[in-house]
Design a protein around this ligand. Structure first.
Ligand code: PHE
Length: 476
């Protein structure tokens, strides 16, 4: 039985991996986190993490998949066996499956917001801003967002819709819908973002937005809680920036590994990976360049939190020419980008279920979809019925975090970087060097290879380790 698809070409893999990487992480999460952590310093740490950890780990993860040719659980088992190490390495695959479930459970809720905004923008709700005094615009647009998230039934409906469509796509298999959709979607998304950038440049506070994103102020990044008398050191910003690098690049949980497993035998990993990382980074930076000028031009707070994108972009769609048209297109594309990421979040689980021999692709998709949907209800209620439920508030790290916040924190800040460390260690310390070199189709004296190996061997594990220790206060 042929269980796996194979990408029809290297380009198809690039498209799919970009589809996985580019999503809500770039357009929704990156701007609001940059806002919460004060701007430039967060951005620069993020970019450093992408270059020094993200890029090398992505190459390693693709390589693991390409060599293992199975779901992450079984790939890790096979590769550990080949290298002569314990089969417990498949736990790495397992933790990826769990992380994928958890991420998708809340990812789907946010994607539901994007879905809900499609009809909202299309029917012209936001054109009302043109008739308002400037100082009422932000309040009005914010109230539309709050009205949505405070309504559990509406949220649940959109969350359900998103999951159902995801499962239909996943059941369709590797080459089915996925490859085709991403091919036109990525360029279209890019064009709409450029148009929005044009609008942002026309706002009065464009330069203030640019300064916010690129002026580096490490002092307030590392000492966010300053009073007159003392300043308190915090490792939260560093951890958040690193977690965001892993999250945005889809690393550390097997998504990229399972896509690597569908690579044709001879495909260059280094260039492919660099293209994906470049595209992902570009979209995130673009999103920031669009959103912050709107924030400052309308008297909004950059640290407004998870609703930031939904409270800013509609102002642009209300005001610019053909705004309802572009706005509708934008949210459609955002939803598609979220779908192409969602598919990759669940693929490790579905691939593994199929490998057990007890499931078809269809039944595996239905089962995983159902589970994700159920867990997602926790996040749906985090914004309304249970907005006061802060389950782990007794620990200071988790203070004031709803289920939604907790799941996000646990996966992005802990599980993904941890998965990244173990992948780095496995590839750079445990796998036979010759196998690695063969899979990368390089030679041991190639300078690029040597830099990569060094980053993976030392920089990634030590870097992630230090950020973790810093976050739990070891250095303060
Ligand atoms: N990278 C995706 C995004 O930025 C989210 C994702 C994380 C996808 C982990 C797969 C794995 O939206």
């Amino acid at each position: 039985m042929k269980r796996y698809g194979e990408w029809s070409s290297r380009l198809a893999f690039i498209l799919a991996a970009t589809g996985s990487a580019v999503g809500l992480g770039n357009i929704w999460k990156f701007p609001y986190m940059t806002g919460e952590y004060g701007g430039g310093a967060f951005v620069i740490v993020y970019l450093l993490c992408v270059a020094l950890m993200g890029l090398p780990v992505m190459m390693a993860e693709v390589m693991l998949g390409k060599r293992g040719r199975n779901s992450p659980v079984n790939s890790m088992r096979i590769l550990a066996q080949e290298a002569g190490y314990s089969q417990l390495w498949r736990i790495l695959g397992w933790s990826g499956v769990i992380a994928g479930f958890l991420i998708l459970s809340y990812y789907s809720v946010v994607a539901g917001w994007a879905l809900a905004y499609i009809p909202e923008v299309a029917k012209g709700t936001f054109t009302a801003v043109n008739m308002m005094p400037q100082n009422e615009i932000a309040g009005f647009v914010g109230s539309i967002f709050n009205g949505l998230v405070e309504n559990p039934i509406r949220l649940l409906a959109w969350h359900s819709a998103f999951i159902v469509v995801t499962m239909i796509m996943v059941a369709g298999g590797v080459q089915g819908g996925l490859e085709r959709a991403v091919r036109f979607m990525m360029p279209a998304l890019f064009i709409v973002l450029l148009i929005l950038l044009g609008y942002a440049m026309s706002t009065p506070e464009f330069m203030k937005g640019i300064h916010f994103m690129f002026d580096i102020d490490f002092k307030s990044f590392l000492y966010p809680n300053c009073t007159e008398k003392s300043c308190e050191w915090s490792g939260d910003g560093l951890l958040a920036a690193m977690g965001q690098a892993f999250f945005s690049l889809s690393l550390g949980m097997g998504s990229i590994m399972v896509y690597g497993a569908y690579l044709p035998k001879h495909a260059s990993i280094a260039q492919t990976t660099a293209a994906v990382v470049a595209a992902d980074t570009l979209v995130a930076i673009l999103a920031g360049l669009i959103i912050f000028p709107i924030v400052f031009s309308n008297g909004l707070q950059p640290g407004a939190g998870v609703g930031l994108v939904f409270k800013t972009l509609p102002i642009a769609f209300g005001q610019m020419p053909f705004g309802s048209l572009f706005g509708t297109l934008f949210f459609v594309l955002l939803a598609l980008a979220a779908w192409s990421s969602a598919i990759s979040l669940i693929e490790p689980a579905v691939a593994w279920l199929v490998e057990t021999g007890k499931f078809t692709r269809f039944s595996a998709s239905v089962l995983s979809g159902l589970m994700v949907w159920l867990v997602g209800i926790l996040s749906v209620f985090s914004f309304n019925l249970w907005s006061d439920v802060k389950p782990l508030s007794m620990f200071s790290t988790f203070e004031n975090k709803t289920f939604f916040d907790l799941i996000d924190y646990l996966t992005a800040n802990i599980m993904l970087p941890l998965g990244g460390i173990f992948m780095a260690i496995f590839v750079a310390w445990l796998m036979k060097k010759q196998i690695v070199i063969d899979e990368l189709e390089t030679t041991s004296d190639n300078i690029g290879y040597r830099i990569w190996h060094f980053l993976l061997r030392y920089v990634t594990p030590i870097g992630v380790g230090l950020v973790f220790l810093n976050a739990i206060g070891v250095f303060s």
